[in-house]
Design a protein around this ligand. Structure first.
Ligand code: KIV
Length: 268
């Protein structure tokens, strides 16, 4: 399994870092089998597997429940777990305690926090021994304010994002996710930081990439964001498989001899 110290070395060597979200035992097993460098138990699980319209409804219990399943499915992969909405936005002491609790309860390797408003929490969590991944640009927990759209497109916002990136690095973050920002800005941030940047909708000139499992494999998705390239089509394969099952049952072709138990017949 990779260690937190490996990320900086990979950046220095120019070795790209791969990250995908996973939310349960089978998606974690597949990600580990695929050789993923790191798995993110994203609070995007609120949308991809729980059917909410955003990540805002996701709770601490949800994150712990899913992250434990991921840990069981990927025992040898570096796992990052998201702190959910509202668990690090009150006073700093409670926020830091929530960070420690999530880290301890899930056996994850790091926690992730969104935005630049949590510098003190990053500093104190790292001081307490919890590796932290930061997340800037489009931060989905704030979509009620920002909407799901590209961020930092004007000069002032771009300068602010560079300052925020330096601040999260100084506070001790070991990686920085950059979501939905112009690619030239992502390149600039990547050049000024010593820690790796992991892009999602941030172009190719970053240190690694993260995508959502359900987007990469087209699983339960209806519309994909512009920055996603799907690599499989579970939607079509899944519906096709279930249709074949329905047809076989209706036609009396399933179960057949090979899928039926028989009582042993003893000769007298
Ligand atoms: O929750 C999530 O899936 C994320 C990624 C979009 C980076 O934070």
């Amino acid at each position: 399994m990779k260690a937190t110290s490996d990320w900086k070395q990979m950046k220095e060597k120019g070795e790209k870092i791969t990250m995908v979200t996973a939310y349960d035992y089978p998606s974690a097993k597949q990600s580990e089998a695929a050789g993923m460098d790191t798995i993110l138990v994203g609070d995007s699980l609120g949308m991809t597997v729980l059917g909410y319209a955003s990540t805002v409804q996701v709770t601490m219990d949800d994150m712990i429940h899913h992250a434990r399943a991921v840990r069981r499915g990927a025992p040898d992969t570096y796992v990052v777990v998201d702190m959910p909405f509202g668990t690090y936005h009150g006073n700093v002491d409670d926020s830091v305690q929530n960070a420690l609790d999530l880290y301890q309860a899930t056996d994850a390797n790091a926690i992730k926090l969104e935005g630049a408003g949590c510098i003190d929490i990053i500093r104190r969590a790292v001081a307490a021994g919890v590796p932290v991944v930061a997340h800037l640009g489009l931060t989905p927990q704030s979509v009620g304010v920002t909407g799901f759209r590209m961020q930092a497109s004007d000069e002032a916002a771009a300068m602010q994002l560079i300052q925020d990136a330096k601040a999260v690095e100084s506070a001790g973050a070991s990686m920085l996710v950059l979501e939905a920002i112009p690619s030239d800005l992502a390149e600039k941030v990547t050049a000024v930081l010593g820690i790796p940047t992991i892009g999602i909708g941030a172009g190719v000139n970053v240190d690694g990439q993260v995508l959502v499992y359900h987007d990469v494999l087209q699983y339960g998705t209806e519309r994909l964001p512009k920055f996603v390239r799907p690599y499989a089509d579970f939607n079509t394969a899944g519906v096709q498989g279930l249709k074949s099952y329905v047809a076989a049952v209706k036609a009396g072709e399933f179960p057949d001899v090979s899928t039926t138990y028989k009582r042993k017949v003893f000769e007298e």
